[in-house]
Design a protein around this ligand. Structure first.
Ligand SMILES: NC(=O)c1ccc[n+]([C@@H]2O[C@H](COP(=O)([O-])OP(=O)(O)OC[C@H]3O[C@@H](n4cnc5c(N)ncnc54)[C@H](O)[C@@H]3O)[C@@H](O)[C@H]2O)c1
Length: 287
């Protein structure tokens, strides 16, 4: 890892530097949407911690982030094990001195009929999407509060934003999913956690919001497509094609589409937005 104390000139001068020298943790950033978010935050000038289960993909994303001229820190971690979260926060603070942004993106999906779900299925999905997400948020929020000068911390109202937290929900958290009941439940819980945390952290002026992606072409959707091939006897890609047909904008998202919304919520442009869940879904959900 390069020293966070060195100053870098960011190569991509075509993009506005809304996040210049901010310290961001992106969970699950080894691939998919999380990787897209890490690269987008880096292009906007943030130094990025890649908190990721898979050490190989964490390293790969870190290299691509560094190539953009900012610092990157790959941090292999299993967020379903809550005991690994405080040491991660400590390591980031040791390396960079502070944390300004948390993007709680890591998640798992499973496609299985509701009547067949086991306790093990339930716990596996909840442990990352809901429990891991909450305890990451809590540990980082404590750190963000500790960074606020004491006289402001003890006052009624902080005068400007002291941190941004973006949680990953889903359109599945907006409605029911008969073949992903546990997944949908965790994503609804993320919206609730976002609202409660936004209220709890408002006096510190820490913004907490959620994004609800629709269909994003990542390994997760390949997994959903494969499960539907088996369950419904479909050809490869058929479930994805049918699902995209239901999107008003008639296309799936790329990770960059979601990353753009996340970067906005992490930026000063979103200073007056908190407790919201933003659909980034081509019009699938409108509430
Ligand atoms: N792909 C979609 O269409 C879609 C739609 C709505 C919401 N989402 C949400 O967006 C987020 C990212 O989805 P994606 O499509 O990029 O998924 P993905 O499966 O491609 O990537 C998820 C990443 O999270 C990491 N991860 C999983 N469990 C972890 C753990 N315990 N500790 C640390 N890292 C862990 C994985 O290793 C992987 O790198 C998820 O929260 C997902 O629920 C995705």
């Amino acid at each position: 890892m390069q020293s966070p104390l060195l100053s870098f000139s960011v190569c991509d001068d075509t993009m506005e530097q809304r996040l210049r020298d901010k310290i961001a943790i992106v969970t699950g950033a080894g691939r998919g949407i999380g990787k897209g978010v890490a690269l987008r935050l880096a292009r906007e000038g943030a130094h990025v911690v890649i908190a990721e289960y898979d050490p190989g993909t964490a390293q790969q994303t870190a290299q691509e982030v560094q190539a953009l001229g900012v610092s990157a820190m790959p941090y292999p971690v299993d967020l379903s094990d809550v005991s690994q979260i405080p040491p991660m926060v400590d390591a980031v603070v040791r390396a960079f001195g502070r944390i300004d942004i948390l993007v709680n993106n890591a998640g798992r999906v499973q496609t299985k009929p509701m009547l067949d779900l086991t306790e093990e299925d339930w716990d596996r999905i909840v442990s990352v999407n809901q429990r891991g997400l909450f305890f990451c948020l809590q540990a980082v929020a404590r750190q963000m509060i500790a960074q606020i000068p004491e006289e402001i911390r003890n006052s009624d109202r902080a005068p400007h934003s002291f941190g941004k937290i973006v949680n990953f929900s889903s359109v599945a958290g907006r409605s029911g999913r008969p073949n992903s009941t546990h997944y949908a439940a965790t994503k609804a819980a993320v919206i609730s956690i976002t609202r409660s945390a936004a209220l709890a952290l408002a006096r510190y002026n820490i913004n907490v919001n959620a994004v609800c992606p629709g269909i994003v072409l990542t390994a997760m959707w390949q997994e959903i497509d494969q499960a539907n091939q088996l369950m419904r006897g479909l050809e490869p890609g058929e479930w994805i094609r049918r699902s995209i047909e239901t999107v008003p904008l008639k296309r799936a998202a790329q990770p960059e589409d979601i990353a753009a919304a996340v970067a906005f919520l992490c930026s000063p442009d979103a200073d007056y937005i908190t407790g919201q869940a933003l659909n980034v879904d081509g019009g699938l959900e409108m509430d």
